[in-house]
Design a protein around this ligand. Sequence first.
Ligand code: BYC
Length: 481
Amino acid sequence: MNVINVDYDGMIPNNVGLNQDIRVRKALEKWHPGYLDWWNDMGPAGFQQSLVYLRTAVSVDPKGWAKFDYVRMPEYKWGILLAPQVEDRKVPFGSHRGEKAWQEVPGEYRAMLRRLIVIQGDTEPASVEQQRHLGKTAPSLYDMRNLFQVNVEEGRHLWAMVYLLHKYFGADGRDEAEALLQRRSGDADTPRMLGAFNEKTPDWLSFFMFTTFTDRDGKMQLEALAQSGFDPLSRTCRFMLTEEAHHMFVGETGVTRIIERTCAAMKDASLDDPHDIAAARRLGVIDLPTIQKKANLHFSLSLDLFGNEISTNAANAYHAGVKGRFREERIKDDHQLENSTYPVLRPINGRIEQQDVPALSALNMRLRDDYVADCNVGVGRWNRVIETFNIPFEIKLPHVAFHRHIGEFATVKADVDGNLLGDAEWDRRKGEFLPSDSDREFIEDLMRQPQYDPGRFAGWIAPPKVGIDNKPGDFEYVKIA
Ligand code: BYC
């Protein structure tokens, strides 16, 4: 079997030799109908019979791994794809640094690995559930197709984690795989595991912010897991990262196109004051301050996904060689961190202060710092669009203490500049920073009318610069059934 090309003949496309691995193949085939039931119940509402122009992974060769074609989503070939094995790979960090990477789960790290794989797996179906109603308000067939592409690939990422559970974790793995189909985003009794995945994604601006900020947490976590000494996890995550890039592209360019449309409408109407919200809204576009508020919301929710700044779980996972740092191989240090420190921000006596703590326990903070830097690159691209229109407005990421529910800042209230606020002042001013009910109603009203004509776009978003798979502007990305 060729590790680059995928065995595409069976029920489950794969490059892991599933045909020869009868136990795992049978277990996955047993899990499959439950997955399809979940997809039909909780996947994109209303478009399951439509033909969607989707890419499917047919190889793991970085130079060309996908083919595009029309497919009905329930018939999408969700495959199990691992990046090619790196010959003679070594554990790159922690106490086992330099030892041969593990092809099986080391007994002493079994519970730790299972927990990380389950948490990663849980986020994937959660996001599909959160986005399931958006097709009904799609601003174009191009955007609708991108939404569905993201959705089917999150479904594939669930398959990726379920494969690891079935292959390497025996009966407990099978139970966990079953439970991944039972939890539901936002459900009071059986919620998804991490906070941000129980929030709503009620409109397209939220979707684009989610794919910008929350999918980027996905990128960072996958990069950290791709370093793992447990080689099958590393290889799985490396291939998932290839797909993840498109999800962030969808988010970042989606927000860019909304900003572009807003700025163009303001210029056409000679509206120079970006803070004249009512005037911008009268033009049928989303005002820049509301875009900023949505960014504040989704960025702060995504920061919570990094866990506690100071975490024994993270220290243990690094020491064990199970979860590394962002781009571990590019960092110049001993890759063990037993004797180094890292600066962490903490609220101390009513002020936010920086404290040096043991680097091993600060790994979540470090990954979050890398994440914030990566986010700032994307925000810079948004601001360059605003600049080209000469509009005096800059989108800024809020301070990391703002609107937090996990970690050091969960017990304090802060404004977007990191000034600590009393409860009363927070209650009075939170509408300045976060979308209010009326902001949400405005956006919902604006987006109520979908645009399903090929090549046409709702009035609040600019068309993309190029089509998917280089298709022309009027390409029918979704044939609505
Ligand atoms: N919500 O020691 P701590 C993606 C819990 S996104 C609720 O800081 P740790 C995607 C924590 O579980 C990436 N609970 O934990 C994006 C722990 O509970 P237990 C998903 C939380 O392990 C878009 C306790 O608090 N992948 O792929 O250092 C679309 C103590 O916390 C939260 C991963 O996250 C929270 N936000 O850090 C689709 C990678 N935060 O176990 C997909 C795998 C913490 O003591 N996960 N808690 O009862 C991990 O690496 C880590 O588990 C975490 C938490 C970074 C999540």
